[in-house]
Design a protein. Sequence first.
Length: 448
Amino acid sequence: MALPFEPTQKTEPALSQKSLVAMISDKFANLTDARTGENTRYEVSDAALSAFAMFFMQNPSFLAQQINLQKNKGKNNLQTLFGAYSNPCDNQIRNLLDAVSPVELYAIFSRIFNDLHATGYFEPFLVLNKSLLIALDGVDYFSSEKIHCDCCSTQEFANGKIRYNHKAITPVIVSPKQNQVIPLAPEFITPQDGHTKQDCELTASSRWLQREGPALAVHNVTILGDDLYSHEPFCQAIRAQKMHFILVCKADSHKTLYEWLADFERENKVITITRTRWDGKHKIHDTYRLMNDLPLRNDDEAMMVNWCELKSVRDDGKVLYYNTFITDHPLSSSAVIDIVAAGRSRWKIENENNNTLKTKGYHFEHNFGHGKKNLSSVLATLILLAFLFHTVLEHIDKCYQLLRSVLPTRKTFFDDIRALTRYTCFESWQQMLEFMLKGLDIPIPKSV
Ligand SMILES: [Zn+2]
């Protein structure tokens, strides 16, 4: 049976909502189907497309609305915009996706990364001799004392109560020069070795490094992370993948390194530079300190790292920023400014990624379903994919860019799409955006 997509039209850009959906539809057709019997292949695909569509449209009622639309108009947007053959019910979606491993979806992230890279998309992101910055962080997306599955992590309290939770490492490409962040395939923090051994953020991040490192290393990657990651085995694992690192390194968790630093301070060997800038109201003094070649732990064989610090103080004495980092990039009076700027862009994983997923309509801490095995992590991966698709469209789709720039908020954009797709079936995503632009008397961009 052929997929319900025609080959990409010449008028469509190489990367578009249509081409992206065609690509995932193709991948979804090969997802695990745990049922026995024949002709079941497309149903798992439709279950995945339906869940993806719900997250992409930021509309928990999208599937029910499309069933009504099908009854009233004989067609629906789940078919026309997402290429699903059927509209499976919520229970079917939950059952089918519970058997799929999130690992089966990871190749989609790599494919989009490669397509974006081919367009030169990452060029403006590069810093520090053309290095691509990837920030790692753990994010909680489920917690309960009642609902649980085989993949839940557990936390036991003194009173005997157990809290079940799900957490994932959500790596993103960041840059001090760019507001956008680009999500990469996640790694789930889930009990390993036959569900007996609890997993942790650092171990899951190491698995992610092993998995993605070989393909990413050619992009001259620098890994960013918080103090938890300033741990010698992890730093060595980064170097083994031919990547660099800039990691927060606090004094209370790295006593040896800071004792060595204090010795060098007494000998006046720590380089200090101060830059003064004006923020429109106040003078701000940025004081950088740096020292190369300090041991990361108390051992003759310890890894040697380079350390730097930034303290920003307003002229009225208020401390605006303070942080310390270790890196394998060589530090100098000139290099330290860019290295600290790169290290600081780690916060974007919290602001632009994790908060967007939780608060900007993606329902990352969703309650669509938990499942017995994989459902929770498969849905979380589909949410990340929906976020990635919107990020890509914001960059490549001229009509999308125009609409987002003229509509007052992203909420208005999604509110309008929710209302339109409830009442009307569009032939394509492109037709829907053009309909919206026409309604606003905005000319359709010629390049589309
Ligand atoms: Zn669970």
